[in-house]
Every structure is written in structure tokens, then in C-alpha cells.
Design a protein around this ligand. Structure first.
Ligand SMILES: C[S@@+](CC[C@H](N)C(=O)[O-])C[C@H]1O[C@@H](n2cnc3c(N)ncnc32)[C@H](O)[C@@H]1O
Length: 213
């Protein structure tokens, strides 16, 4: 299993794609070659469209990796708006800072080093948009912490809720069993939350989309 769309549809969508930014394309190539799990480009286009339509003043990202999605969000933000992004891997932080410097959006992106489980409860800001993209086993806790920091009418955007197709499959390899179980439990938890209007969209690897009531 590899994704939730048929190959022919992905190929067709790719043939229509208009992305020209060299850094964005270079980061996608790097991620693919080095097995860095970044946001699917179709989900990233949706996330950027959301930023352009919804105009969040401040965004929180949990899981920076190489700053692919941070840079995509930052380039769509308004003039005075910004993104805080949390990353616990030192190796990834080095790569992220290098890419951010190359992007010329450094003034909009604030990289916070450390474990989001420790950092989020101590953040002073509240946010209009929160993008959760960290270890799947921690999703429930990170989601609870995030909701406390999400403004009313704010959006939480969560990646990987269809988990390469395994969330809906009876045939899950051993390697993915724990993470699939965690995602399935999380999906129920997320959809049952009464503070949110929530849905799971079949874009990329499955996007959880919740609006705080
Ligand atoms: C899927 S990648 C993020 C991809 C990135 N959002 C993008 O699309 O370009 C997940 C990242 O989250 C980081 N991570 C996982 N759990 C974390 C936690 N509890 N606190 C901070 N970072 C975490 C990992 O080190 C990894 O770099």
C-alpha cells in the first residue's frame, strides 16, 4: 500500500501542477531521496490555499522537519503574520534553518527547539491555525495541548489520518501496526471532540480539519 489515490490520478494531477519555486522543488526531492516524511504536495497546496483564504495572524506548527511546510505556510502569510514551528530533532533543525535562510522568509518563521509535549503548555501565544504533524503515538496529547492554544474559529489541520491507507485496511504490516492503531484511536477521539466541527478529508495522506466552536 502506498497512499490513498490511484497512481494514474496522482500522475494526472502532477502533470497539471504549476509549482515553479526551486527551493520548494529541491526540498521535495531531498525529502524523497532521504526518506524525510514531509507533507504531501497536494495537502501543502490545500494548506497554503487555506492560509490565503483564512488569513491567520499566527500559526503554530508541531513538527518542522526540514521546514518544507513552514516555508510554504510562510510564503502565503500576510505581511505582519508569522509562524512558530516546534522540532525536537537537532539534525532536522540544522537542515530547517539552512532552508529557511535560503527561503528569505526567516523573519516570519520562528523555530522552537525541543519536545512539543513540554513546549506547547508553556507557549504564551494563542493561534488562529495549528498544524499538527509529529509522532503519531503522541497525537492525542499534542491535540489536547493544541486545542487549549487554538483561538475560537481557529483551525486545526492534522496530517496522516489515513496513514498511507492503513487506517482503513485489514492488511497492516507489523512495522505499521502500532502507529496504525494510534491513528485509528486518534481519529475517533478527534471526530468526537465537542469543541470542534471536524472532518477527515481524503487529500494526500488524509487531513484532519477541525474548526473550534
Ligand atoms: C512528518 S515530519 C514534519 C514534516 C513537516 N511538517 C513538513 O511537512 O515539512 C515530523 C517531524 O516532527 C518531529 N517531531 C515528532 N514528534 C515531535 C515532538 N513531540 N516535538 C517536536 N517535534 C516532534 C520529528 O522529529 C519530525 O522532524
Amino acid at each position: 500500500m502506498n497512499g490513498i489515490l490511484h497512481k494514474s490520478q496522482i500522475k494526472y494531477l502532477k502533470s497539471l501542477r504549476k509549482e515553479k519555486n526551486e527551493l520548494i522543488l529541491k526540498m521535495e526531492e531531498y525529502a524523497e531521496k532521504n526518506n524525510v516524511p514531509i507533507l504531501d504536495w497536494k495537502s501543502a497546496e490545500f494548506l497554503e490555499s487555506l492560509v490565503q483564504a483564512f488569513r491567520p495572524q499566527n500559526v503554530l506548527e508541531i513538527g518542522t522537519a526540514i521546514a518544507y511546510s513552514s516555508i510554504r505556510i510562510a510564503r502565503s502569510l500576510g505581511k505582519n503574520d508569522s509562524i512558530d514551528t516546534i522540532e525536537k530533532s537537532n539534525d532536522n533543525i540544522v537542515l530547517a534553518l539552512k532552508n529557511i535562510e535560503e527561503s528569505s522568509f526567516g523573519d516570519k518563521i520562528n523555530v522552537i527547539k525541543g519536545d512539543a509535549l513540554d513546549i506547547i503548555p508553556n507557549l504564551e501565544n494563542n493561534y488562529d491555525l495549528i498544524f499538527l504533524d509529529a509522532d503519531k503515538e503522541d497525537y492525542e496529547k499534542l491535540f489536547d495541548y493544541s486545542l487549549k492554544k487554538l483561538n475560537r474559529d481557529g483551525v486545526i489541520f492534522i496530517d496522516n489520518l489515513l496513514w498511507k491507507g492503513y487506517a482503513a485496511s485489514d492488511d497492516v504490516p507489523d512495522k505499521y501496526r502500532n502507529s496504525t492503531e494510534a491513528i485509528r484511536n486518534f481519529n475517533n477521539y478527534f471526530l468526537e471532540n465537542e469543541q470542534l466541527f471536524s472532518t477527515i478529508l481524503p487529500i494526500g495522506d488524509g487531513i484532519g480539519f477541525g474548526v473550534k466552536q
